[in-house]
Design a binder for this molecule. Structure first.
Ligand code: ADP
Ligand code: MG
Length: 372
């Protein structure tokens, strides 16, 4: 985790907007402050504006309005090659006609470093990504994972202030992807560069990031550390996009300091944390994670309760997934650890499910950009 000592942010996006066609904004009003050394991930569905944000930071796309600052200095008119930013993309973008040594030397030659320094640095970075002895090979003679390690080394070798990674592991299979996630984190801890990472894979985002900015349709829905995003999603989009959520519709009856009472559509009354603006009488959705929803005998007398009818049960190995429906027809999922205590239920059996008020939130619809 980065130190967050400095008062001024190292990197700032300030009310950044982008349109390609002078009509639709694909990035609507992006503001973000990043500390030096932080690992920030932009997470969101395809087309939500993540790559566009990276391209503006790298200088390959203009900013339509707003500012991007590094160390308090507006960089929007500085050309890409003077921004000292390293980049890794999904497609490796190594030079196929150059050996690994030549590929790694390239960014240093561009910066007119002396030959002796270049040789030493290339050796150092080949070792760093565990490819000593491969210096004379061409990219085509490497596996996908090895190529991506070269791309990583090439992005880091000139000691950039910021490294942009756009779905860098998207082309790799699951096992290799997990190894590379670990590699990137190791290098990040060792070299302390600042990362802006783009992915649409929530698990990857949760495992790697100090903070995650969740994008939808060009609008950041929430920017927070992984545990906060998962446990306190700011709205229904985030609750759905990160992990899985049970959603129960209802109406707010009473508002307390940080919790609300909700009458669910089936008449059940529950208490839950409040996440968004809340007024009595307003429609809301109560969101509960499947691993927090449980059988009443596990919670005892505390918490919220709801009647549900058993539908089916799926064995997933480490846990068991149960499907239920409420009297109102709302589907519910319970994830129960496969620790020997998961109950066997009869077809269509009526059960009482329970959860703690602090494990649920009353949520609004996703945030949309306000139109003037
Ligand atoms: P993401 O990386 O989240 O998938 P992008 O930033 O690539 O999203 O794209 C956001 C939106 O901008 C999409 O609707 C996409 O079609 C559009 N877009 C991206 N690049 C260009 C471009 N060079 N010209 C025109 N439209 C673009
Ligand atoms: Mg993209």
């Amino acid at each position: 985790m980065a130190s967050h000592g400095a008062d001024t942010a190292f990197l700032t996006f300030s009310n950044v907007k982008k349109t390609y066609d002078q009509q639709t904004l694909v990035v609507k009003d992006f503001s973000l402050e990043v500390a030096r050394g932080e690992f920030i991930t932009l997470l969101g569905p395809s087309g939500s504006g993540k790559t566009t944000c990276l391209m503006m930071l790298a200088g390959f796309e203009d900013v339509t309005s707003g500012e991007i600052l590094i160390n308090g200095r507006n960089i929007t008119s500085i050309p890409p090659y003077r921004r000292n930013i390293g980049m890794v993309f999904q497609q490796y973008a190594l030079f196929p006609h150059m050996t690994l040594r030549e590929n790694l030397a390239y960014p240093l030659k561009l910066r007119k470093r002396p030959a002796a320094e270049i040789r030493a640095r290339v050796d150092e970075y080949l070792a760093l990504v565990e490819l000593q002895g491969f210096a004379g090979r061409y990219p085509a003679q490497l596996s996908g994972g090895q190529r991506q390690r070269v791309a990583l080394a090439r992005a880091l070798i000139f000691a950039p202030d910021i490294v942009l990674m756009d779905e860098p592991l998207g082309a790799l299979d699951k096992k290799l992807r997990e190894q590379m996630q670990f590699e990137i984190k190791r290098l990040h801890a060792q070299l302390e560069f600042t990362v802006i990472y783009v992915t649409h894979d929530q698990t990857e985002a949760l495992t790697m990031s100090d903070r995650i900015a969740v994008f939808n349709e060009g609008v950041v829905q929430q920017c927070a550390p992984p545990n906060v995003l998962y446990e306190r999603p700011a709205n229904l989009f985030v609750a759905d996009f990160i992990g899985e959520s049970n959603k129960l519709g209802g109406v707010i009856e009473a508002v307390e300091a940080d919790s609300v009472s909700v009458r669910l559509d089936d008449g059940t009354r529950v208490r839950t944390l409040k996440a968004n603006r809340t007024t009595p009488g307003a429609a809301t959705t109560v969101s509960v994670r499947p691993e927090k929803l449980t059988f009443t005998d596990r919670l005892g007398a505390v918490g919220n309760r709801i009647q549900a009818r058993f539908v089916d049960r799926h064995y997933v190995g480490e846990f068991i997934r149960y499907h239920f429906t409420t009297a109102g027809g709302t589907p519910l999922v319970v994830k129960s650890l496969n620790d020997g205590s998961a109950p066997h239920l009869r077809a269509r059996e009526e059960v009482t499910l329970a959860w703690l008020p602090e494990d649920s939130q009353a949520l609004d619809r996703p945030a949309v950009a306000t139109t003037p």
